[in-house]
Design a protein around this ligand. Structure first.
Ligand code: ADP
Ligand code: MG
Length: 222
């Protein structure tokens, strides 16, 4: 199978798919945040991605790095709370790795994704097990790289990343939060799924969907 390259069009499709998912799951994300936070995560994500959609309409763009920067700057500007700066940093760091490139190879995309996750870890200083979005994103980045190292096509590698993100998201349920608003609850944060880990899974799932559809338009993810 021909390796997939990720150009600005495919990156845009990822972001648009992501915006649809954040909207479709807004109430779920907000309900998760109501249990261990302040009930705004779904609204935050919807607001940020709605604004990205508005800014992308008519956007001509100058390649992958510039697009990631636009997404990151918009999330920083429009989304309050912890998740705006963190997801904003994710896309800004992706943009640093993708800077000046019209298209990304599979391994460049994986490197950009890993760079984004590193950016979140630097900014929020959360580690695995702290019950945050890092618990979904870090396993996803590792699974993506491992699958590519084993010569899987990007579609398969991203499906494996999405499965790792989903497992990481579910693994947050028994955790006690030690970062962010949920940490104020102490042991009472146990038994609830982290909202940020959930939106992170949606982000990775979107990437898998658009890349697999581009690789084989006859193929629809279950
Ligand atoms: P806020 O908590 O400010 O209301 P959101 O509700 O939009 O912001 O986002 C909450 C999510 O942000 C959490 O579920 C968690 O995944 C993530 N989060 C919070 N603090 C951190 C951090 N320091 N590092 C990584 N992720 C974090
Ligand atoms: Mg919140």
């Amino acid at each position: 199978m021909k390796p997939t390259t990720i150009d600005q069009v495919l990156l845009t499709e990822w972001i648009v798919n992501c915006a649809q998912k954040m909207k479709a799951h807004r109430d779920w994300l907000t309900a998760l945040d109501a249990a261990i936070g302040d009930a705004d995560h779904g609204v935050n994500m919807e607001r940020g991605f709605d604004e990205i959609g508005a800014r992308l309409a008519g956007y001509r763009g100058e390649g992958c790095g510039a697009l990631c920067k636009l997404v990151g700057m918009t999330l920083l500007a429009k989304v309050g709370g912890a998740s705006g700066p963190l997801y904003g940093t994710f896309f800004l760091h992706m943009g640093l790795v993708a800077a000046g490139k019209q298209r990304l190879t599979e391994s460049e995309f994986a490197a950009a994704f890993a760079g984004g996750v590193d950016g979140i870890r630097q900014r929020g200083s959360a580690r695995l097990g702290d019950k945050t979005m890092v618990d979904a994103l870090l396993p996803a980045a590792l699974a993506l790289q491992q699958a590519l190292d084993n010569y899987s096509p990007l579609c398969v590698a991203l499906r494996s990343a999405a499965a790792a993100a989903e497992a990481g998201m579910l693994a947050t349920i028994p955790m006690q939060a030690s970062k962010g608003r949920a940490s104020y609850l102490g042991p009472r944060s146990v038994g609830h799924q982290d909202p940020g880990a959930t939106s992170a899974w949606l982000l990775v799932l979107s990437a898998a969907e658009v890349v697999c559809l581009a690789a084989d338009p006859g193929l629809l993810i279950q």
